[in-house]
Design a protein. Sequence first.
Length: 200
Amino acid sequence: MSSPHDLVLASANAGKITELQQMLGGLGVKIIPQTDLDIPDIEETGLTFVENAILKARNAAALSNLPAIADDSGLEVDFLRGAPGIYSARFAGENAGDKANKEKLLQLMADVPADQRSARYQTVIVYMRHGNDPTPIICQGTWEGLIATESRGDQGFGYDPIFYVTETNCHAAELDKVTKNCLSHRGKAIANLLQQLQTR
């Protein structure tokens, strides 16, 4: 990536768009959300974060004729055998919002003891040079934590208010953006991506 160019961001999630634009700001590229180009979301038919991220990046690259980046991420709760996982955004139903998803998870975990509340955020970032790219860059990041018993904080999005970060002794939604971006699953994956892009 020696010269600036446009890069399509394959997401309609406002929270993800904001975080990714902040983290990719140093690339010297113009980040264009796919919604600005009227590119529709593709159905996420994959069974893994990797499969869904590839689907989204390839769709955006093919329809825009530009390089594209996609993120597929979610929360894995050990007590629930990895749920909600790839269904994190629609855990409480197809059109459920963050509030309903959080409430469902808190209900399911209501009587779970403290030593069985381990969880982690996972993200997979895919960079696709063009719609037929046979070797996209794939980066993964993990953020370990616990499921809290109540919501706290008004930063972040998704499950952040109920995701307890042991290393900072607070909920993810209580962290400032800079700290969160350094610690988070998405921050780790993007750091890996930036490293790999510098060698291309």
